[in-house]
Ligand binder design. Structure first.
Ligand SMILES: O=C(CO)COP(=O)(O)O
Length: 134
């Protein structure tokens, strides 16, 4: 599976703690990240990450493009709900595309934990359900 990991600045420490705790699961998948988040993951864990541009410079949109091409399976995006982001339209667009394409999106650690545990158990069947419908 292809997973994207993203965190706003004040949530990056939380994301590092989370990916460290769930490194054994994450290591079984292909990981993508926005620029600064990805750099921190690579510096502070043993995970290998394909980095896009930094979020404010288009990284969210690059991940959105992968979603639109049906090439992304899950997004873990620790958003900061208390700080205005200069690229808020990009953040909204990314989340909107997750809903357009039914891509699982966790915007906080609680949901991210459930998603990763579900992923580990093989509960990610939405593509099959969608294919049956089409
Ligand atoms: O701003 C972001 C997501 O909207 C994250 O970008 P960085 O990982 O480059 O900080």
């Amino acid at each position: 599976m292809k997973l994207a990991l993203i965190a706003h600045d004040k949530k990056k420490d939380d994301l590092i703690q989370f990916v460290t705790a769930y490194q054994p699961i994450l290591a079984q998948h292909t990981l993508y990240a926005t620029g600064t988040t990805g750099q921190r993951i690579m510096d502070e864990t043993d995970l290998d990450v394909m980095r896009f541009r930094s979020g404010p410079l288009g990284g969210d949109q690059q991940i959105g493009a992968m979603i639109a091409q049906d090439e992304m399976d899950m997004i873990i995006f620790f958003r900061d709900p208390l700080t205005a982001q200069p690229h808020e339209p990009d953040v909204s667009a990314l989340m909107r595309l997750c809903d357009v394409y039914n891509v699982p999106l966790a915007t906080n650690m609680g949901t991210a934990e459930v998603l990763l545990k579900g992923l580990e158990e093989g509960f990610v069947n939405w593509r099959l359900i969608r294919e049956r419908r089409e």
